[in-house]
Design a protein around this ligand. Structure first.
Ligand SMILES: Nc1ncnc2c1ncn2[C@@H]1O[C@H](COP(=O)(O)OP(=O)(O)OP(=O)(O)O)[C@@H](O)[C@H]1O
Ligand SMILES: [Mg+2]
Length: 262
């Protein structure tokens, strides 16, 4: 990469706060993610994960705080920097009247890929994602899993340096999810970074190198999963944890489990 140091993190979020009218979705979040890693961003519903991903991708404007991305300061106007990111947002803004081929071609053109490359990648993605039978149908008619596959394809088509995926495994059938995991490993193995949200802790435990956990907009833990086999020690709990689920529940807290009337 030109003149940037590989030691620069993939991104560094510094004191990020996002307030909506009555809600503080992200509260003074600091998080640094190194390159060449698969990192999961976990937390309860409403914890602020999608809001953070929105800020990292330039779709949401932070209230305060800064983001350094791939060695540069990131703002909503960072056009060149945005070309180096691939985003799969939580709510898919697909153009419903387009077919998958048209939508992917449109995205690839925006990223400035040449015609031959666009053609090749679009055809290949449609084929491997098993969308060929839907090729002539508009996205409005796609199932939710099919829509998510198209959104994933749109996020990777320009071979970005940083991939931001908001719940990439939601709605995917097991074979598609397995394929996605293989691709994500391949992606991170070539010096690029994947930052994904998920509620599937077993998948995250098998797939990811690191985990960051937030609760109510605040970071509660960030660390490597490589120590999980030996047990991850939480000083605050005076205990070792041997599974991501046990660690997560200790940090985030279990909900009450009984409904007396049920
Ligand atoms: N556009 C918005 N306007 C007002 N409040 C919002 C908006 N978007 C998110 N919020 C609030 O911000 C908080 C964080 O939401 P966010 O979508 O970031 O959570 P999340 O961690 O992605 O949750 P989930 O796991 O359910 O996807 C929630 O309280 C949510 O209601
Ligand atoms: Mg979300």
């Amino acid at each position: 990469m030109a003149d940037e140091s590989d030691r620069d993190p993939a991104f560094a979020i510094e004191h990020l706060t996002k307030r909506y009218a009555t809600v503080t979705a992200v509260a003074d979040l600091c998080l640094e993610v190194p390159r060449n890693r698969l990192v999961a961003f976990l937390g309860p519903n409403g914890a602020g994960k999608s809001t953070t991903i929105g800020c990292l991708s330039g779709l949401i404007e932070p209230t305060t705080g800064t983001i350094r991305l791939l060695g540069e300061q990131f703002t909503g106007d960072s056009v060149e920097l945005k070309r180096r990111i691939g985003v799969m947002p939580e709510r898919l803004a697909l153009f419903d009247h387009l077919t998958a081929g048209e939508f992917l071609t449109f995205n690839a053109r925006m990223y400035g890929l040449d015609r031959a490359t666009i053609r090749r990648r679009v055809d290949e993605l449609i084929e491997v994602l098993d969308l060929s039978s839907a090729l002539r149908r508009p996205l409005a008619e796609y199932s939710s899993g099919m829509r998510r596959k198209v959104a994933f394809a749109a996020a990777i088509i320009h071979r970005p340096d940083l991939l931001l995926l908001d719940e990439p495994f939601a709605d995917l059938d097991p074979a598609s999810a397995a394929m996605l995991k293989t691709w994500l490993r391949q992606f991170a193995a070539t010096a690029r970074t994947v930052f994904l949200t998920s509620h599937a802790l077993e998948t995250v435990e098998r797939l990811c190198d690191e985990v960051a956990i937030i609760k109510a907009g605040r970071l509660v833990w960030h660390g490597s999963l490589s120590h999980l086999a030996a047990g991850i020690e939480l000083a605050s709990h005076g205990q070792r944890f041997h599974s991501l689920e046990a660690l997560y529940l200790a940090l985030v807290g279990e909900h009450g489990t009984r409904l007396e009337w049920l």
